[in-house]
Design a protein around this ligand. Sequence first.
Ligand code: C5P
Length: 305
Amino acid sequence: MSPSPVPGITVRAPGKINLALRVGPRREDGYHPLATVFQAVSVYEDVTARPADALGITVTGAQADQVPTDATNLALRAAELLARTVGIEPLVHLHVHKGVPVAGGMAGGSADAAAALVACDALWGTGLSRAALSDLAATLGADVPFSLLGHTAVGSGRGDLLSPALSSGQYHWALALRRTGLSTPAVFARFDATDGPAALPEPEPDVALLAALRSADLDAVGRALGNDLQAAALDLAPELADTLAVATRAGALGVLVSGSGPTVAALARTRVHALAIAAEITAAGVADDVLCAAGPVAGARVVTG
Ligand code: C5P
């Protein structure tokens, strides 16, 4: 069904970088306990919700052709879930404009879900609290609550139990993208196979990183970056080792694979430094594309309508 011509409500939600990602042994439900520090960064998904005579979705922007538009699409599932929760029909057309890499470890799909929840909530005037939206978000995926919250937060549980964290200053990143994404379940399965789930301790939040973020100590933040999934992502995409090496040689304060990868995030001293690192990554031919971004930024919020 075609969407109505009314302008609709546009919500913008950010992608994220896990500054630290500590992973514990696989639980019985298949998920892994996490201790992570999320930072929302300035690459965005924009979702516009318009009244329509049936639920539908269109997608444009970076790697739009890789996004499913069937019932598995997380933004569609978010609209359906919200409608079911408040007892109405999901008569909405969603248009997603993508800026976050697809299957890149930056929670682009989760950002779509968070943005769709906020956009449909506003369109339908459901009046649900942010806490109620966050509970719905957690049922859609472990990273969706953080896409709603934004800024900097410590995540525990599956990554869905959040406490906002104090962070000063701005952090500039060069992001190295890879055209072929990595499947998050596949990376976790590789982690299980190589790290021996039984031997792992429960993950703890990174105190040194949190202290460095509070005092805007860039060098200490760079040193404290770490990702327990990085070895598994490198096993599945060995060429990422070259990307990490080039970014390090280019003077990044710290370099890591973002989440389950394959995006590589390099922390820079300034925006100009981030541009220089991105240029070196491009020149060395160790990424399919590069982006520069800064964080922390706000979570999903209405920008028009
Ligand atoms: O929650 P979400 O659908 O985003 O998670 C995708 C997959 O990632 C899960 O099915 C699971 O295989 C893996 N995962 C995990 N532990 C987490 C988060 C995700 O094993 N804490």
